[in-house]
Design a protein around this ligand. Sequence first.
Ligand SMILES: *Cc1c(COP(=O)(O)O)cnc(C)c1O
Length: 410
Amino acid sequence: MAYKELCAPKRTIMTPGPVEADPRVLRALSTPILGQFDPAFTEMMNETMDMLRGVFQTSNKWAFPIDGTSRSGLEAVLSSVIEKGDKVLIPIYGRFGYLLTEICERYGADIHIMECEWGDVFNPEDVIEQIKQVQPKIVAMVHGETSTGAIQPLKEIGHACRALDALFIVDAVATIGGTEVLTDEWCLDAVIGGTQKCLSVPSGMAPITFNDRVEAVINSRKKVEKGIATESDHAYERKHSPISSNYFDISQLMDYWSPRRLNHHTEATTMLYALREGVRLVLEEGLENRFKRHRLHEEALIAGIKAMGLELFVEGEKKLPVVTCIKVPEGIDADSVRSLMLSEFGVEIASSFGPLQGKIWRIGSMGYSCQKKNVLFVLAAFEAALIYHGAAIKAGDAIQTVLSFYKREG
Ligand SMILES: *Cc1c(COP(=O)(O)O)cnc(C)c1O
């Protein structure tokens, strides 16, 4: 059978990821291949590291991508740090908090969790109290919980972790490049970002950064290869379990992402072009401007949703600025609304997981997808689909409200 040439339909993607890639990132993806040790390429690696420090707002030496989707970044950091039996405290307020427990469990951590209702976040004082009780080696937490549309304040928890000598490892997959992530100021020891969310780069890499506290733990587990190790190396290794993953062994990755350039994996050079262009665009726009743009379109989206008479699932301080969750009105089939939007308008929004399945819609306003045209279009399609499904909404007000909002606010 002869297949036709690849032809993907044109979509307006307003989900919490993957979102539309910036056209300049797509152009970068078609750049010819370079060998991974070609100086022209290693120069790009260094430039990307440098720009990532800017995006993570850190002076950390280490900032580089893990090849794989965002969870590969989470797994690389956690697997490189956790030794069997290490206490890890994980405060959970949505699906991705559970993902942290799933990963930690596989590396033999002694997991302590705290939970709060989905849609809510923790009072930092409660988390700090629990850190004092449990005395964990690691506190792992999500910054922006895309499953519920809530954002956890991290500054107080970060400072407490530093004072109590726990490593603070943060999933900032959804927030990096879309809202403030102050790695150094908030005392975050390791931060994992995502590409297909607010960076507007396709899925397939996970930029991470970590400080010297994390580096020290990882280096203590460094394995000297068989054949060259001495008896004292062996004695050392008997005391410190080596990192059990080969692919995610950050001690080896550090040797690759540094002047030694020791071969580990073959770098995904094409994805690196994309990431380099993505972070370059973030810094070209400027972090402050970028965060402001995300807030502006969030506000427009909220104004439109409310004008229809719909209710938000999370509001105010706790609301994640880049994801807006809307309660599904009584008697409306949430998935049927979504599929009509996709099939007839080419607009994609998301549902949610677990206890929120069928209860909320999630609309992302991330990266390149976060623009006026997309906000107007998603609201128009959403309103039409809701009316089609017989939802009792105020028809016609949303777009007019948002048009005047943009006229006023830019
Ligand atoms: C999307 C997301 C992930 C998982 O990312 P993958 O790229 O699918 O591995 C993890 N954490 C958060 C908060 C996310 O939003």
